[in-house]
Design a protein around this ligand. Structure first.
Ligand SMILES: [Zn+2]
Length: 389
């Protein structure tokens, strides 16, 4: 980029906004110390951001020295930064996001089929518009999908477990706001890279998204690996059984997601008339994990394949991406807590010498707020910052 006065000013503006988003309210002096910009430059840019409704003054700083307390500046909560639809095979979560990265879940609805989904989305948007402040320039509508998504033009290329293809959201959601779509695992790895201390410091992170299917989000050298056809890191569709005749929704045979999703162990447990508590597969899987922890024999047998194939998926991730951290999450966010010990034992048996010593395995830090929901808001904020003029 050619550095001229205008682009320099823009870089400073973005830097100040990013500082306030990441660190919360701060006085102009604190921002100046961090950014190394002069107090007068900070004041000028803050006034500009304030006139654009992006920041506002809120109260006084506690970190005061003697004398007059400095005024704190914060990103505004006057408008939503995002309205989020985290689309799952069974259920869709609706949430709203703000510029300070806070999120509020609004509701959940059954995803059912494409027609009813689009109609529920439009009704929900109408409802949110009446209850919350939106801004045509600042608010984005973000969709997270289990599948291959062209993030540049908000098109679902193929969502295998929903059997939706070539769905351009900008064609079906007629709303005067920016519409963004991305893959749920990509958004999850983005959320972790901004929010968790170990991931912030890492260059290479992998998010293994386990739900009704299996997705992958790889962040390599701080960049999401989307691939040239947006199918990068689709670990769920790597083959783990070469001679398998189990056909996957993707068209291939023997894919990881046909062996290690949350569904199979539930079906296995329930096949002889037994029932697990819970309405969805995710809820039932949680019950099953608790039985596993209590050494229940049937639960252990039902989960054997899941653990075995998941450990193979993990070793494939290690040998392909060599990440510093592998984060597991999705439908049930405590897989490593319940099965980590056993998974690690099996990974160790197959790993090349020295390769897994420095790899951190853990569950996602996101529990109450789903990781793709948080990532969707981060993406909306990023887009907003990048589109500033
Ligand atoms: Zn597949």
């Amino acid at each position: 980029m050619k550095i001229n006065l205008k682009s320099m000013k823009m870089m400073n503006k973005r830097m100040i906004l990013r500082y306030l988003i990441e660190n919360g309210a701060a006085s102009r002096m604190e921002v100046s110390r961090f950014t190394k910009l002069t107090p007068s430059t900070i004041s000028r840019i803050v006034s500009e951001l304030s006139s654009e409704n992006l920041v506002e003054e809120i109260g006084y700083s506690d970190k005061s020295q003697i004398g007059r307390k400095p005024v704190n500046v914060s990103v505004t909560k006057r408008f939503l930064s995002s309205i989020i639809f985290n689309v799952g095979v069974e259920q869709t979560t609706v949430a709203i996001g703000f510029f300070d990265k806070s999120i509020k879940e609004i509701k959940r609805f059954s995803t059912v089929n494409l027609e009813s989904f689009i109609s529920t989305v439009n009704d929900t948007l109408e409802n949110i518009k009446e209850r919350y402040p939106l801004n045509h320039e600042l608010t984005s509508i973000v969709f997270a999908f289990p599948g291959i998504v062209n993030a540049q033009n908000a098109t679902v290329i193929y969502a295998p477990n929903l059997n939706w293809r070539n769905l351009n959201l900008r064609d079906v959601i007629k709303y005067g706001y920016r519409i963004i779509a991305d893959n749920e695992a990509n958004l999850s790895v983005l959320a972790e890279s901004i929010s968790s201390e170990d991931a912030k410091k890492s260059e290479n992170i992998f998010f293994l998204y386990v739900s009704q299917g299996i997705g992958g989000g790889a962040m390599i050298n701080h960049q999401i690996l989307r691939g040239s056809g947006f199918a990068g890191a689709e670990i769920g569709h790597t083959v783990v059984e070469a001679k398998s005749d189990i056909k996957c929704h993707c068209g291939n045979y023997g894919c990881l997601e046909r062996y290690a999703s949350l569904i199979l162990p539930v079906i296995e447990y329930e096949k002889n008339g037994r029932r697990l508590d819970g309405k969805t597969y995710t809820e039932k899987f949680k019950t099953l994990a608790e039985l596993y922890a209590k050494q229940d024999k049937v639960a252990r047998a039902s989960l054997e394949g899941f653990i075995q194939y998941l450990s193979i998926g993990l070793i494939n991730i290690i040998n392909t991406f060599n990440p510093e951290i592998i984060i597991i999450g999705g439908g049930f966010n405590k897989i490593w807590k319940y099965f980590g010990k056993e998974l690690y034992r099996r990974i160790s048996d197959r790993a090349m010498p020295g390769v897994i010593d420095n790899v951190i395995f853990r569950d996602t830090i996101f529990e109450t707020i789903e990781a793709p929901v948080s990532g969707a808001n981060v993406l909306a904020i990023e887009m907003l910052i990048n589109n500033l003029d």
